[in-house]
Design a protein around this ligand. Structure first.
Ligand SMILES: C[S@@+](CC[C@H](N)C(=O)[O-])C[C@H]1O[C@@H](n2cnc3c(N)ncnc32)[C@H](O)[C@@H]1O
Length: 271
């Protein structure tokens, strides 16, 4: 099942308009491999038929195509150093700054299947300076398919093998058939919403102390990155901490944040 040049152009434009993700004509193979199963599931014989159904107004297929074109790669404690830096740099400072309220609000934006949000939850819950604190972690993503897994807290053995230390697996997870499920005491700290970073954010998305916005801006053009960073600044406490992916920069894009290093990791704070 191949995609015509016209199908590719249509899908690239659709994905860009709906999610800001930039695909281009060279992504033909990716588009074909991701849309083939979708077309089959919908009982359609070609990708052109799938595209036609969307052009005729199928909202469901439109959403499914955009979701299928997202890259949801993630893992527990991804890149490890940001979590070491959270533990030894950011938390001790925030523990002092928030001593009066003993409350921390964290957002894992573009949370994918939830490993990032649960890794943050484990780090915060285990930190000696935060014992007895009120911790709230908001996860969000555009793709409902990954959010279903995030909300269930269920992970296959292969997924926990990627980055989750054995001590944390035993402490925070229970065996669940062939896989594992996050224990309720950790799961109750984390809530997941479907949220497109391009659309309006609910009023409750405000006053975050820490934001993880990792490995998602790379898919957007400069103007979209700038707009999201501007809004992120407004969604955070003035003395909050923002983290991007290790390959992501802010230089030349937005100057509303300044960089602050803890260990090997550069964080961003309001300038
Ligand atoms: C590569 S994953 C990153 C997951 C996690 N932050 C990490 O670093 O491991 C990128 C995620 O961004 C989400 N995404 C892409 N475009 C988005 C948008 N416009 N709004 C919200 N999430 C989006 C995708 O669905 C995907 O789950």
């Amino acid at each position: 099942m191949t995609a015509t040049a016209e199908d590719v152009a249509f899908v690239c434009q659709l994905v860009r308009t709906e999610s800001a993700i930039m695909l281009d004509g060279s992504k033909q193979y990716l588009i074909e491999s991701r849309l083939r199963p979708l077309a089959r599931e919908a009982g359609l014989e070609t990708i052109t038929a799938l595209v036609d159904a969307i052009k005729r107004g199928s909202r469901e297929l439109k959403v499914n195509v955009v979701e299928a074109m997202t890259t949801n790669e993630t893992s527990f404690f991804r890149d490890s150093r940001p979590f070491e830096s959270l533990n030894s740099g950011v938390i001790p400072l925030l523990a002092q700054q928030r001593a009066a309220t003993r409350t921390l609000r964290v957002w894992s934006a573009a949370a994918s299947s939830g490993q990032e949000a649960y890794s943050i939850a484990m780090t915060l819950r285990e930190h000696p300076a935060l014992q007895g604190w009120n911790i709230k972690i908001q996860g969000s993503d555009i793709a409902n398919s990954v959010l279903a897994q995030a909300r269930s807290g269920r992970y296959a053995q292969l997924e926990v093998n990627r980055g989750l230390p054995a001590t944390k697996l035993v402490k925070w997870f229970e065996k669940d058939g062939l896989g594992w499920v996050v224990k309720p005491e950790l799961r109750q700290l984390v809530k997941f919403d479907q949220l497109n970073l391009l659309s309006q954010w609910p009023a409750t998305y405000a006053r975050f102390d820490i934001v993880f916005l990792r490995n998602v801006l790379i898919y957007f053009d400069v103007e979209t990155k700038r707009k999201i960073l501007e809004r992120m600044k407004r969604a955070m406490c003035e003395d909050g901490y923002l983290l991007l992916g290790s390959a992501e920069m802010m230089n030349g894009i937005y100057d509303g944040f300044r960089s602050e290093r803890f260990g090997q990791t550069g964080w961003f704070r309001s300038a």
